[in-house]
Design a protein around this ligand. Structure first.
Ligand code: UD1
Ligand code: CA
Length: 457
């Protein structure tokens, strides 16, 4: 049988007033990824053939985000916010092409899983005109209620319009609807705005379908699948759910998380086999960790690649562009940015390595700083393999340290150092025999003089 075509319409035109933020609601992030990107990723994995996103006027950033995630997504603008059905009809041109299935998904419901979307589509193939995801929230306030007659869904009542007995219904609208493509437009165009808010409610589609002798069904799912995000506290709740899922997936793939609840992951964090992550580690976007690497406690990684069997932290910061080679080591209080450490290179303590290449097996002593920024431009530092940088050295970029070169501790290196050379760039030490004794003598003399009548105790 030919797979059914499917159009997904993601509604993102809302202002998200309850977020108290100038940013469009769908651009807020959980697990380092926008709400919109979460929804579009789930939609893409659910066998959707065409994705459409409905944005508000002037929400160019939301459009750009949609295109970033799904380059061929169609973007429609809902010029006035007249309700969810009105928003769906902004994509009328796509609906009119009569795909087999249509999914109307709210952009503020980011925890939806591909498998759940597939379950929702299934009744359409069996002849239903409309299918809705239902759930039983701990607190149903604010959600539309699903009115059932046996196993048939007969209506959805918005809270503002619900009677007291309808409000007592625990089964709520999850905000995701599947519509059969051949009847969708006929249903949607009949929706009116005769309700408390004077909006065109997508939820009215159910009663209209029934009046047209078409069948509606509800599919009940877990609250976590359809949690809607209207406020910052709901954003935080969704973050907790998504973190739990990501941790579970990492554990299932064989990553050792010593204290999973303390590790924060990103939707795109990638782990190889047998990686160990100690407690309290934060992964930002675009991090990959290869087989056998260990990330010690209190490390923060963003845009970093950690090679095989490398060791990071405790207390390390890997910023975007950090690439650690096999068996390399980044120790405590070391910050790395736009830098490559080749295999076996080490920076074990208190360093900043930015805009640099550190050759294989080079050793960066404690307190070494690559001075990459001159106040207006960034410059590179290149350190050859097997080089040794003595502790507390400043490497003023642009500068090259040759292979096997040795930098004496405390040097300020401003010129290139050839391979296998020894460079010392610090003040010469002066030793004065008996100087300390003389100094103490002078000090005690000064105290005796100052003592009588000295009021500054
Ligand atoms: C909606 C449902 C409610 C359901 C709940 C689930 C309706 C009428 N109500 O209520 O039954 O229980 O979601 O979370 O559908 N949007 C637009 N344009 C508009 C209005 C909304 O694009 O004119 C978008 C919003 O950006 C949002 C989504 O549609 O992504 C839902 O709108 P929202 O105002 O959050 O609806 P709820 O009141 O949460
Ligand atoms: Ca909502």
């Amino acid at each position: 049988m030919k797979p059914r075509s499917c159009l997904a319409i993601v509604l993102a035109a809302g202002e998200g007033t309850r977020m108290h933020s100038p940013r469009p609601k769908v651009l807020h992030a959980i697990a380092g990824r926008s709400l919109l990107a979460h929804v579009l990723a789930a939609v893409a994995e659910a066998g959707v053939t065409t994705a459409a996103v409905v944005i508000g006027p002037g929400q160019d950033e939301a459009a750009a985000e949609a295109k970033r995630v799904v380059p061929d997504a169609a973007v429609y603008v809902q010029h006035q916010r007249r309700g969810t059905a009105h928003a769906v009809l902004a994509a009328k041109a796509a609906i009119a092409r009569q795909p087999d299935d249509i999914l109307a998904v709210y952009g503020d419901t980011p925890l939806i899983r591909p498998a759940t979307l597939k379950r929702l589509r299934a009744p359409l193939a069996a002849g239903a005109a409309i299918a809705v995801l239902g759930f039983r929230p701990a607190d149903p306030t604010g959600y539309g209620r699903l009115i059932m007659a046996g196993d048939e869904l007969v209506a959805i009542r918005e809270e503002a319009d619900a009677s007291t007995s309808e409000r007592a219904i625990g089964l709520c609208n999850g905000g995701i609807m599947a519509l059969a493509g051949n009847t969708a437009l006929a249903i949607l165009t009949r929706i009116g705005d005769h309700n408390r808010k004077g909006e065109f409610y997508l939820t009215d589609a159910v009663e209209i379908a029934r009046a047209m002798k078409l069948r509606g069904v509800a599919i009940e799912v877990e609250e976590d699948d359809v949690r809607g995000i209207n406020s910052k506290s709901q954003l935080a709740e969704a973050e907790a759910v998504v973190q739990q899922r990501l941790r579970r997936a990492a554990l299932d793939a064989g990553v050792t998380l010593v204290a999973p609840e303390t590790v924060f992951l990103c939707a795109d964090t990638q782990f190889g086999r047998d990686v160990v992550v100690e407690p309290y580690v934060v992964f930002g976007e675009k991090v990959t960790v290869e087989d056998g690497a260990v990330i010690h406690s209190f490390s923060h990684l963003v845009g970093a690649h950690v090679g095989k069997s490398a060791s990071v932290g405790p207390f390390a910061r890997l910023r975007p562009g950090s690439r650690l080679g096999e068996g390399s080591r980044i120790g405590n209080f070391v910050e790395v940015k736009e830098a490559v450490l080749e295999a076996g290179a080490k920076a074990n303590h208190l360093s900043y390595i930015g805009d640099a290449v550190v050759g294989a097996n080079a050793n960066i002593g404690a307190g070494t700083i690559t001075c990459n920024y001159d106040g207006s431009d960034k410059h590179r530092t290149v350190i050859g393999k097997d080089a040794f940088i003595g502790s507390n050295s400043a490497l003023v970029a642009p500068v090259e340290i040759g292979q096997g070169a040795y930098i004496g501790s405390g040097s300020v290196i401003t010129a290139n150092v050839p391979p296998d050379a020894l460079a010392l760039a610090r003040g010469r030490q002066v030793v004065k025999e008996g100087g300390a004794t003389r100094l103490r003598g002078l000090k005690s003399l000064g105290k005796k003089k100052a003592a009588p009548g000295n009021s500054n105790q």
